[in-house]
Design a protein around this ligand. Sequence first.
Ligand code: PDD
Length: 287
Amino acid sequence: MSRFAYVNGRYVRHADAVVHIEDRGFQLGDGVYEVWAVFGGKLADAEGHFARLERSLSELRIIEPMSRTALKAVIAEVVRRNHVREGLVYLQVTRGTARRDHVFPAPDTAPTLVLTAKSIDRSAAEAKAAKGIKVVTTPENRWGRCDIKTVGLLPNALAKQKAREAGAVEAWFVDELGFVTEGASSNAWIVDADGRLRTRDTNANILRGITRSSLFQVIAREGMTLDERPFTPAEAVAAREAFITGAGTLVLPVIAVDGKPVGDGKPGPVAARLRRLYIEQAVASAI
Ligand code: PDD
């Protein structure tokens, strides 16, 4: 079945979808992105992702390519044309195309807007979640504004590749004080020895994950204890459980850190339960 992308006002065949060689996203990494999970053809945590997109754009002073309402209509059309029921929507906005120069182009330069959607196999994802994943650690080497969801993902790509080459799926960045910040494309969590859920606070240089904040609601509803406090890789190994969150992975158990088993080395009951409850909430609130 052919895939379609949206590029600057047009729905085009995915294979033919292109941007200019002097697009500032390509030349300078001067752009932002968002990823939504799709359940039953609808967007999960829609408002949170829109709000973060608008914030990322405003922090970088990139013009919003269209209103939120118009964007919702375009996204719905991209989802429809690609026949996505279960999957992901990817959106990218760059500062547009201009003769290469580090400084911003003329204020009337139109931003570039690209949207794609792809289907994912939920039963394969559930099978992966049932097995859990391994993570490796890597020194934090990103810029100081990881709260902005920019397309400048080279350190994240290198970290993910390091994980792949070590037989792991995700890499956790570790700051100079020895604490985990977050994953290359996810937020990092543990269930500590006292059964408290622990994840890094957002005063740290991390992305404010939308899945992370939606899970906060689930945790509050369940009466579980949440501790927004850093942890070290050694604490993760000594923890009962560990897991990651993100629009791509939802809630995914971590069974080893740098080759050392977490807890008994199997996915734990808390992560499994939170995954189920998160998905239930995401499905019920998808728009
Ligand atoms: N990544 N931290 C980083 C560095 C991320 O790239 C992501 C998401 C997250 C989790 O955020 P959210 O829950 O809002 O998806 C945390 C997306 C999925 C990606 O890069 O594909």
